[in-house]
Structures are given as C-alpha cells and as structure tokens.
Design a binder for this molecule. Structure first.
Ligand SMILES: NC(=O)C1=CN([C@@H]2O[C@H](COP(=O)(O)OP(=O)(O)OC[C@H]3O[C@@H](n4cnc5c(N)ncnc54)[C@H](OP(=O)(O)O)[C@@H]3O)[C@@H](O)[C@H]2O)[C@@H](O)CC1
Ligand SMILES: Nc1ncnc2c1ncn2[C@@H]1O[C@H](COP(=O)(O)OP(=O)(O)O)[C@@H](O)[C@H]1O
Ligand SMILES: [K+]
Length: 507
C-alpha cells in the first residue's frame, strides 16, 4: 500500500471529487460514516461521546460524526475552541447541519476556564487538527491538548492525533495522545514511527472510497508492506522441484553460551523453504546443533568457544548469514574480515557482525552488493551515527543503503526496509511479544534461507520481515505476547506460509 504525503492526500481528495464525481461535503460524510461505523463496532455499548472540533475539515469530520452518533441514539457534546476565524467551507456547512437538528449539543470554548468536565465513561473524539496542521499548536489549543491528555478517558483521533505532522518530525510540539487513530484511506508516515507511539495509539485505516486511478498513477518512495505486495513476491514451490532448486545457505553463528542463537537461526532457515543448510559454529556447539537441527549440516571451528577462522570455502553457498551470538572476540573479528574478503554474493549481516563492522568503517566497502543488514535502532546508531528522530534515521538509512548498495532493515515495531533504489517499506506484521531474546536470530536465519532460494535481496527482505512478523502474530494469538518465545515464531512459520499461499488466490 503506497504511503502518500498530506499534499498527495489533498490531491487525491480533489481528484476523487472531480472524477467520481462527489461533492467535498459528501466525501466528508463518507469519512464520518466510516468513523461512526468503526466506533460502534469497536465500542458497541458506548453511549456517551465528547467531541472536540477545530475549525478546519478535521473539525468538519467531528461535527458530522456528532450528528451521525446522535442519529444512532448516542449522547454527544461538541466543544469548538473559538479562534475568532471563520471555519472551512465544509466545517461551516456541517455546523449548520448539526445546528439544525441538535443545536443543544454545540458549545464554543475560548479560555482555559471554559474547559469542560468530561465524565469518566465518555469517549473523547479528537477532531481538532488533521493533516492541515502547518505550525505547532500554541496558546489555548496547546492548553486544550494538555487538558485532554490529562484525562483518563479513551481518546479516538480522527485522521491524525491533533498536533502531529503527517510527513515530518515535530520537535516535541504539543500533540494529542490518542488511544486509537482512525486514518482515512491509508497510513501517513508519522503514524508508523516509534517516536509517535504515545500519540497515535492503535492505528486503524478506514477506506473512504478515494479514486483508485489516482492511487495507481501516483508515485511515492514509501510503501506499507501488505498482502497484495507479498502475493507478487511469493514463489510457490515447483511441482517437480528437487532440493538443488532451493539453494544451499550457510549460517555462521554462535559462541560458548550462545549456541541458542545459532540453533534459532538455523531452525528458522530450515523452515524457510531452503534446499540445503550448513551451519558454521564453534567446536563446543557440535552436539547441540546436530541434535537440535538435524536437518542442517555442520562445520565446526577448531576453537571450542568462538568462531576464529573460517575453515571452509564459502563460495559455493548461495547465501550466507552471519552474526547471531558470535561475540566480538579479536579472533572472531578476523573471521568476519575474512568472510568479507572472500564472499562476493549478497549476505545477511546481523548482531555482533554489525557491531564488528561498526568498529571498522573502512570495511564497509567490502560488504557485497545486495547484502541485507538487519540492525535494531542501537546497532543502526553504532553503524551510521546518531539521528534526532525517526524521519532523519530513515533518511540516513536510505542514504546508506544507496551508498553501500545494500538493503538496510531498521528493526522495530514497524521495521523499516531501505533499498538502494531509494524506496522505503514499512512492515505492519509483528507484535510486542517479539520483543524477546532470539527474535532477531530467527529473522537472520529466515532471511538467509529466503535469499538462498533465489529471491532478490529486496524481495527477500520484504518477504522475510513480513513472514517473521506474521508468524509472531500467530504465535502471540496461540500463546499470548507474554508467554511466546522466539522459538514459537519458528513453529508458526508453517501456518504463515499457508496464509501467504492463499493471498495469491484471493487478490
Ligand atoms: N481524504 C481525506 O483524507 C479526507 C480528509 N478529510 C479531513 O480533512 C482534514 C484536513 O483538513 P484541513 O486541510 O482543513 O486541515 P485541518 O487539519 O482541519 O486544519 C485546519 C486549519 O487549521 C489551521 N492550523 C494549522 N496548524 C494549526 C495549529 N497548530 N493551531 C491552530 N490552527 C492550525 C490551518 O489554517 P490557518 O490558520 O493556517 O489558516 C489549517 O488549514 C483531514 O485530516 C481529514 O480529517 C475529510 O473530511 C474528507 C476526506
Ligand atoms: N514491539 C514489536 N513489534 C513488532 N516486532 C517487534 C517488536 N519488538 C521486536 N520485534 C521484532 O523482533 C526482532 C527483534 O530483533 P533483535 O532486537 O535483534 O532481537 P534479538 O537480538 O534478541 O534476537 C525484530 O525483527 C523486530 O522487528
Ligand atoms: K485529529
């Protein structure tokens, strides 16, 4: 799903109004109806709502929502901060409509003394500012945000939490802290950023019937990974296939006390569809690996505790994954350097292999083109330096992806995949149950396995991250976020592949 800027969304509105055609007030009614349907589906017993409306179209949505909720037997109070300015055309039209049927629900407020008491059970609707925000909220608007944020009521933001910019960072500007954000038609980038987690709450995308032609014709560097994209990437198994068709991968992982990282990476790799897998680990990992992952072949380092030198020819492997649990011993550092010198095909670089790289920036040029780097935000910072917010972090990821001709996956709740061609993909599968040791090792094994099967590095990254998150979601549904383990993610890869296999048939 393409991610549009606030300006592109405005253009999409105009295009739809002209082509469908539909009057802007009717489009607003459609958006408001989608919100009310969502509210009644999510909170079927809820009766009382307090709605704060600004004087732009976001406020117009709020007024239409108020009228529709009243018509569905809810009880609503609307507060409009009085700025002294005329509202937008559709705000005024909706004010008139509401005034005609339920004049008693409308109240204007001008000073902090007029901030209303909100009963604890009321749901607050934030329709103060949407994508039209062009400066930080100050004065009474900022005081209103503070007041709403101080209440314990559930807050549902319409389109955007008020105060948040859709396409840029806000420098700690005042924002509404919503529990739910109902974003029209698609996501905005700000809604996907960890920096804004406290403001956006859970994000729900509500289709409002904007014209698909605009969507198809309009280019954007950013996309959310969705089922439609995954269906175009996934390669179903060939009926007459033999294991040679699906590549031979090598996972270099583990050290004394961290056999688990190697086990998790290898178990994920052998469940990725890979033809053959070899693991390279320290000598003391022999029995552990052979017992826990009998499907994988094993080559051990002469050192009992660490990977010290790569006593194998890496060239026959179609993909190599390195990093989980390897540590940063001087001898291991040499082994990483040796691999970078001898292996020229795309590899997956994770964990301590990234930490080692970060200490040797002069080795960056040795990273084979098309490699996939999987830093979490701290590793990203070690590799490429500190950034002030997620927008600058992602911009830096795009610049480095281009410079190194690599894919960079900045891992997180919505992992961000930066490609050398300047595209950025956000993942929406996965959950906080995956914030547990070993989840990243699983991803490394999975990516190595997918890359070995001949997927392009970009496709492997998109597919692998999505699949990993989907398996995490199924694991959480079965075991709870608390009790699920990284190993459970691997157990649910099977069901995830089955689900993905159905996408192609249903789209
Ligand atoms: N396809 C869709 O998505 C659809 C979208 N729709 C809805 O339209 C919304 C966008 O509406 P919008 O353009 O009227 O802007 P909105 O956010 O209401 O702001 C209004 C005005 O506030 C002002 N202002 C700016 N910053 C400020 C500040 N810090 N503090 C105080 N004031 C500030 C600024 O005016 P200025 O003061 O600069 O003249 C600005 O123009 C969108 O989010 C969605 O809810 C649906 O109705 C239909 C389909
Ligand atoms: N809250 C979350 N929501 C979605 N995915 C998450 C969340 N927390 C972690 N993950 C995923 O789990 C993995 C964790 O990787 P990493 O931090 O390297 O863990 P480890 O080093 O313990 O293996 C990443 O793929 C990340 O995207
Ligand atoms: K809002």
């Amino acid at each position: 799903m393409k991610l549009f800027t606030a300006q592109q969304i405005r253009d999409w509105d105009s295009y739809t109004m002209q082509e469908e055609p539909i009057a802007s007030i009717d489009l607003m009614e459609r958006a408001a109806t989608a919100c009310v349907d969502w509210l009644q589906h999510r909170f079927p017993k809820q009766e009382f709502y307090t709605i704060f409306c600004g004087k732009g179209n976001n406020g117009g949505d709020g007024l239409a929502i108020a009228r529709l909720l009243m018509a569905r037997n809810c009880s609503v109070t609307v507060y409009i901060p009085e700025s002294g300015q005329q509202g937008s055309y559709d705000f005024q039209a909706n004010l008139e409509r509401l005034n005609q049927v339920y004049p008693e629900v409308i109240q204007f407020i001008e000073t902090p003394e007029e901030l209303p008491l909100v009963a604890t059970g009321n749901i607050i609707i934030d329709a103060i500012l949407g994508t039209g925000i062009n400066r930080p909220a100050t004065g009474f608007t900022a005081a209103l945000f503070d007041y709403i944020n101080s209440l314990s009521n559930i807050v549902v933001a319409i389109d955007m939490p008020s105060g948040l910019y859709a396409d840029k960072a806000g420098d700690n500007n005042p924002v509404i802290e919503a529990d739910h954000t109902l974003s029209f038609q698609g996501y905005k980038r700000a809604l996907l950023m960890a920096d804004n987690a406290g403001a956006v709450g859970e994000v729900h995308v509500l289709p409002i019937g904007l014209d698909p032609d605009y969507y198809n014709q309009t280019n954007t560097p950013f996309e959310v990974i969705d089922a439609a994209l995954i269906a175009t990437i996934y390669k179903p198994r060939l009926r007459f296939a033999h294991k040679g068709n699906y590549g031979h991968g090598l996972v270099i992982a583990g050290s004394y006390g961290k056999n688990g990282a190697a086990v998790l990476a290898c178990r994920a790799a052998v469940r990725s569809g890979i033809g053959l897998l070899t693991c390279y680990t320290q000598d003391s990992g022999y029995i552990v690996l052979q017992t826990s992952v009998p499907e994988a072949m094993l080559i051990t380092d002469p050192d009992p505790d660490h990977i010290t030198e790569l006593q194998l020819d890496t060239t026959p492997y179609r993909a190599v994954g390195i990093g989980p649990g390897i540590g940063t011993q001087p001898a291991t550092i040499k082994a990483v350097y040796q691999l970078l010198q001898q292996y020229r095909q795309p590899m997956v670089i994770d964990a301590d292999a990234l930490n080692i790289l970060a200490k040797h920036p002069d080795w960056y040029d040795l990273i084979p083109s098309g490699s996939i780097l999987t830093p979490h935000p701290k590793e990203f910072e070690r590799l490429f330096g500190a950034t002030t917010n997620n927008f600058t972090q992602q911009q830096l990821a795009l610049e480095k992806a281009q410079l190194l001709n690599c894919i960079i996956i900045v891992k997180g709740h919505h992992s961000f995949i930066a490609t050398p061609a300047g595209k950025g993909f956000y993942n929406t599968t996965g959950n906080a149950g995956m914030a547990t040791g070993g989840s990243g090792d699983v991803l490394t094994g999975l990516l190595t396995g997918i890359l070995a099967q001949g997927y392009t590095p970009e496709d492997a990254a998109i597919f692998g991250v999505y699949l990993h998150g989907l398996a995490g979601d199924l694991a959480a549904a079965a075991n709870s976020m608390e009790a699920m383990t990284a190993g459970d993610i691997i157990e649910y890869l099977g069901q995830s592949f089955q689900q993905i296999g159905r996408y192609g048939r249903s789209i």
